[in-house]
Design a protein around this ligand. Structure first.
Ligand code: HPA
Length: 280
């Protein structure tokens, strides 16, 4: 499996530039970029300078790969990601995760901005992802059948439980639920929102699921954290803009960073354990 030599070529390139010895990876979604301010940065490269990384057609969307330390713990961070709605195939969207795997990373935290479907949520809430829904008529890893083992994507029960224990000890509110994936880039229609709610989703996003599916197939322990940027249900639903999403998530980043600062030292370097998965 993972016969494609591009993963190794990129991993080798990054190792030579100081992107080595990280134990956990983080993918920072819309509005989460400021998490990097909490790190001591050891290495940083814009995506266009990394071999085989997808080429961005939208200048604004260019991101950085960052290797940095949080309390002495080395992390590999994607500051910005690639979305299917930008036209990238699953192989491109998930490529950085394959590279992280090759760099020895065993724990991946994937973040995103999401619309709230659970009426008990409010904007700014952080939601730990227990499971996800793909309703787009295809697999998150279409085209990668020869490269990664076939498996049911799953989220680490151990990481999720730990997040809740730490949040409770801090009296930090934390939600949990099922995340639905929609292609975007338009926000959902009222009929789609009604469907997603009936299907059992608590939140909806345009990202995350491909990277989670890839990491999970490669045997990494995976955690998903959504920030509820706006509510899709309820009486008061003003039109949402990208700027609104950025602002609301931006206010939750310090809470997210506190959680990571306390949690990552407890989980890093430990391989996934038996029984550590929500079954599909
Ligand atoms: N829908 C999908 N993705 C999102 C939303 C939403 O309402 N808000 C932020 N990301």
């Amino acid at each position: 499996m993972m016969l494609n030599p591009r993963y190794d070529e990129t991993a080798q390139f990054l190792r030579q530039r100081g992107f080595d010895r990280a134990t956990a990876g983080l993918i920072l979604g819309t509005g989460f970029g400021r998490f990097v301010d909490h790190l001591t940065v050891d290495a940083l490269l814009p995506y266009p300078q990394i071999p085989h990384f997808p080429v961005s057609t939208v200048p604004d969307h260019a991101g950085n790969l960052v290797c940095g330390r949080l309390q002495g713990l080395r992390l590999l961070i994607m500051q910005g990601r690639f979305h299917r709605y930008e036209g990238y195939p699953p192989s491109a969207v998930t490529f950085p995760v394959g590279v992280m795997h090759r760099l020895g990373i065993t724990t991946l935290i994937v973040t995103n901005a999401a619309g709230g479907l659970n009426p008990g949520f409010v904007p700014g809430d952080l939601m730990v992802v227990d499971d996800h829904l793909v309703l787009m008529g295809g697999s998150a890893l279409t085209g990668l059948e020869d490269e990664v083992p076939r498996s049911i994507p799953s989220y680490s029960r151990r990481l999720n439980d730990m997040a809740f224990a730490l949040a409770a000890a801090d009296r930090m509110p934390l939600r949990r639920g099922v995340l639905a994936w929609m292609l975007g880039p338009a926000f959902e229609t009222p009929a789609e929102i009604a469907m997603l709610g009936r299907a059992g989703a608590d939140a909806v996003t345009m990202s995350t699921i491909p990277e989670v599916a890839m990491a999970s197939a490669l045997g990494m322990q995976v955690m998903g954290i959504s920030c509820i940027a706006n509510m899709c249900v309820g009486a008061d639903r003003p039109p949402v803009t990208h700027e609104d999403v950025m602002a609301t998530v931006g206010r939750a980043v310090d809470r997210f960073s506190d959680l990571m600062r306390r949690m990552l030292p407890m989980v890093c370097g430990q391989p996934p354990q038996k029984g550590d998965r929500f079954s599909g």
